[in-house]
Design a binder for this molecule. Structure first.
Ligand code: SAM
Length: 261
């Protein structure tokens, strides 16, 4: 699946908010001055690089499996103490214990991510933190309408045989149980943001940066235009544009775990 950093960054501010809220709970009582911070699935690196402002002097590493995303990160966000590399988080391993391990809006793209949590926690130093955020909005029209178009008689024959990435998450309590079993003190919550998006077909443009990527990556240009037109019509009905913008309810699940031993 091919990512488009420019499209993704069109809504950088709105997309960044959950990351800020997530990281605000890491070391919120001033318990740590991390020396090694890693962001798995760092995307274009803008949020990763911001961690250097909070923890100057820390070694900050962003890892992402998309060459396009890492190219953008290296171009825009590499600086002293902040580096980026292409890598699959399922195979990635640090060379020393990590003080803060973050993963924002990424684990939903990794099949079997619940089973991966043990390995990831194992990389965290005792007393260190593992913070991740995933979507909780797969029941929203953004996703149900996408599935309806994808599996319609027009598109099922084209897309049905392909093994398209399907983002998926667990219920929040499942993460709480698992992280507790893994020896962490867990702080978890969920939030529904009401993102007010500017411009016409704003929800479509938003989805072109994320949830629509697997479908777009699988279609040629003519097919993309046809698919997008059909999906856009459904989105306009589900998310009417108002005088001030288009409201996108955006539920997210947050887990901040502190490794105790
Ligand atoms: C929605 S973006 C989030 C980017 C960034 N964390 C942010 O919050 O802006 C999801 C990112 O996860 C990356 N990703 C998906 N599967 C991955 C994997 N197995 N290993 C590393 N990165 C992965 C994608 O390439 C993409 O850049």
């Amino acid at each position: 699946m091919k990512w488009d950093p420019a499209q993704y960054l069109r809504f950088a501010d709105a997309r960044g908010r959950p990351f800020q809220d997530l990281m605000a709970r890491v070391g919120s009582a001033g318990e740590i001055t991390p020396s090694y911070v890693v962001d798995l699935g760092c995307g274009p690196g803008n949020l990763t690089a911001g961690l250097a402002d909070r923890w100057p002097g820390a070694d900050i590493e962003g890892v992402d499996s998309s060459a396009e995303m890492i190219e953008r990160a290296q171009q825009d966000n590499a600086r002293d103490g902040v580096r980026f590399s292409v890598g699959d988080l399922r195979a990635w391993a640090p060379t020393r214990p990590v003080d803060v391990l973050a993963s924002n809006a990424t684990l939903q793209w990794v099949p079997g991510h619940l089973e991966l949590l043990e390995r990831l926690v194992g990389f965290v130093a005792p007393g260190g933190w593992f913070a991740f955020q995933v979507p909780g909005n797969f029941g929203e029209p953004t996703h149900t309408e996408l599935a309806a178009v994808r599996t319609s008689p027009r598109w099922q024959p084209v897309l049905g045989g392909l093994d398209l990435p399907q983002p998926a998450v667990k219920e929040p309590v499942t993460y709480v149980r698992r992280m507790t079993e893994l020896g962490c003190a867990v702080d978890a919550w969920e939030t529904t943001y009401l993102q007010v998006l500017p411009g016409p077909d704003a929800v479509l443009e938003w989805m072109k940066g994320t949830g629509l990527r697997p479908v777009l990556s699988a279609l040629d240009e003519d097919q993309q235009a046809e698919f997008v037109a059909e999906y856009a019509e459904r989105l306009r009905a589900a998310y009417p544009q108002e005088s001030f913008g288009t409201v996108l309810p955006y539920r997210r699940i947050f887990v901040v775990a502190r490794r105790e031993t």
